[in-house]
Design a protein around this ligand. Structure first.
Ligand SMILES: NC(=O)c1ccc[n+]([C@@H]2O[C@H](COP(=O)([O-])OP(=O)(O)OC[C@H]3O[C@@H](n4cnc5c(N)ncnc54)[C@H](OP(=O)(O)O)[C@@H]3O)[C@@H](O)[C@H]2O)c1
Length: 101
């Protein structure tokens, strides 16, 4: 486990971007987890080796586990409104995946 590595789910979102920037200011390394990791470059550039974008869908337990491997901490900044627009079963499964991870 790296004591300075934090995974931010939804790290490319409005809230997540601010969390990523604040943690980086405090010298943490970040895994920026979202369904479209390519968007991360537009927000954070590609010059910082301590920022790594990874593809995650919170409906997919395996991608969550991979994003958390060796991480010291995690922040969940995935939008409730996005997930809330999905059906109830899908929303429950996503929530349970995050809790299980
Ligand atoms: N915005 C505010 O002012 C504010 C204030 C207080 C609290 N909050 C809360 O903070 C949370 C985030 O809000 P936000 O405004 O930052 O939302 P947002 O801008 O829509 O960002 C959502 C983030 O979640 C990712 N995401 C969405 N669905 C996903 C999925 N199935 N798997 C993995 N990643 C997924 C999005 O990236 P991809 O689409 O690429 O996956 C994006 O990075 C919400 O719960 C909201 O209620 C927001």
């Amino acid at each position: 486990m790296s004591m300075r590595l934090v995974t931010v789910f939804g790290g490319t979102g409005f809230l997540g971007r601010r969390v990523v920037r604040r943690l980086r200011e405090h010298d943490f390394s970040l895994r920026i987890a979202s369904r479209h990791p390519d968007r991360s470059r537009g927000f954070f550039g590609s010059g910082d080796p301590q920022l790594r974008a990874v593809g995650v869908d919170i409906h997919d337990e395996r991608t969550i586990a991979d994003a958390l491997a060796d991480a010291y901490g995690a922040v969940n900044a995935v939008s409730l409104t996005t997930v809330a627009s999905e059906n109830h079963d899908s929303r429950s499964a996503a929530n349970q995946n995050m809790i299980a991870a």
